[in-house]
Write a protein that binds this ligand. Structure first.
Ligand SMILES: [Zn+2]
Length: 47
């Protein structure tokens, strides 16, 4: 089974699921990211 990264669109056999919040921090949803995009996401939340 492969996953399609919702950020870059690449298929990956391993995927990370992250929770996203909108600008108000109220709504959230799940997004599937490949390892590369997940690393970028981790960097982005660290500031
Ligand atoms: Zn990706």
């Amino acid at each position: 089974m492969t996953y399609t990264c919702e950020d870059c669109g690449q298929e990956s056999e391993t995927a990370h699921t992250v929770t996203l919040y909108d600008d108000t921090g109220v709504e959230d949803r799940l997004q599937i990211l490949c390892p590369g995009c997940y690393d970028e996401w981790l960097q982005s939340i660290k500031g």
